[in-house]
Design a protein around this ligand. Structure first.
Ligand SMILES: Nc1ncnc2c1ncn2[C@@H]1O[C@H](COP(=O)(O)OP(=O)(O)OP(=O)(O)O)[C@@H](O)[C@H]1O
Ligand SMILES: [Mg+2]
Length: 302
């Protein structure tokens, strides 16, 4: 796993939040599309902690009957097959970080068990009568819209507020284009070392095209792209982009993307007015506050 890399406003803000959050025990909720780097963010929160373990639990991978024994552990004889005591993830994460990945997939019926743990910071292993104290930093991640799930009744509101002490939203790669060259370099270096290929670079034109591509699989897709190109490179200069990626880009160009048009208009306007917010907002016919909000939303560099 890599450390959190990028120089877009989004990544810089996230690093700042992580540093701030390190001083407190607030639970952190990390949101973002698939492959944006939510786990990288979670591990980077852990790296500031300096004690205990990083224990990851993938909520979508545990059948609901096993959630309790997985989290809380069990005692010998608690059920058929329980031949010895087993520590749960909560105990394993003592003084460290408990990372509940894909928290949005946790079945409604088991959500109260988690809520109880977070409220009391106490739990009872399956088949035991002894209450144990829990002590961990909670970090959750999801690519689902939990707000919407709460409204639809598939995620408990009380649990949502419990896990959402601080939200970190990792933007999709297409909204932080500035990170693309940096990440290309990072992975190029890594895979050049692994595959023992020296002196590889991307052509400028390729980097430009890759910055325009919409990366539906985000950083994970970019990483796989670089690995493949390094493997197959016959030339020192990489200038190949798979057809599948070109088609997707062309489709994007054909659609009318209002947000993209708005973003580009703001960038042009700000440039013209040398980043003067007052002038730009007047010219765009919106308030200064909305202009600030949009600059933040679109991750526009000013
Ligand atoms: N900012 C970053 N710096 C370095 N590597 C990154 C960054 N973001 C993502 N990666 C790399 O991209 C891959 C995907 O990241 P990660 O697993 O954290 O994404 P995710 O958001 O948890 O994805 P999913 O929603 O599919 O679980 C990993 O191999 C990770 O090392
Ligand atoms: Mg993940």
């Amino acid at each position: 796993m890599f450390s959190l890399t990028g120089n877009s406003k989004n990544i810089i803000d996230i690093k700042r939040l992580i540093n701030r959050a390190a001083e407190y025990q607030l639970p952190v909720l990390i949101t973002g599309e698939c492959g944006t780097g939510k786990e990288v963010v979670a591990r980077s929160i852990y790296s500031k902690k300096g004690s205990g373990e990083f224990v990851a639990v993938n909520c979508s991978a545990i059948p609901k009957e096993l959630v309790e024994s997985e989290l809380f552990g069990y005692e010998k004889g608690a059920f058929t097959g329980a031949n010895s005591n087993k520590k749960g993830k909560v105990e394993a994460a003592e003084k460290g970080v408990l990372f509940l990945d894909e928290i949005g997939e946790l079945e409604l019926s088991v959500q109260p068990k988690l809520l109880r743990l977070l409220q009391e910071m106490e739990y009872t292993p399956v088949g035991s009568t002894k209450i144990k104290k829990a002590d961990f930093r909670l970090v959750c991640a999801t690519n689902r819209d939990l707000h919407k799930m709460v409204k639809q009744g598939s995620f408990r509101e009380d649990l949502f507020y419990r896990i959402n002490g601080l939200t970190i939203n990792v933007l999709p790669l297409r909204e932080r284009v500035k990170d693309i060259p940096v990440l290309l370099e990072l992975f190029l270096k890594k895979y050049s070392d692994i595959y023992n290929k020296k002196g590889l670079t991307f052509s400028e034109k390729t980097v430009r095209s890759l910055k325009e591509y919409d990366w539906p699989g985000n950083v994970r897709q970019l990483q796989t792209y670089v690995e493949r190109e390094v493997c197959f490179a016959d030339d020192k200069i990489i200038s190949h982009i798979p057809d599948s990626m070109l088609i997707s880009k062309r489709n994007k160009e054909r659609t009318f993307d209002l947000k993209q048009i708005e973003k580009e208009t703001i960038i042009r306007c700000m440039k013209k007015n040398k980043n003067n917010i007052k002038l730009s907002s007047e010219l765009l016919g919106i308030s200064r506050a909305s202009l600030y909000r949009k600059i933040k939303e679109y991750d526009i560099e000013v």
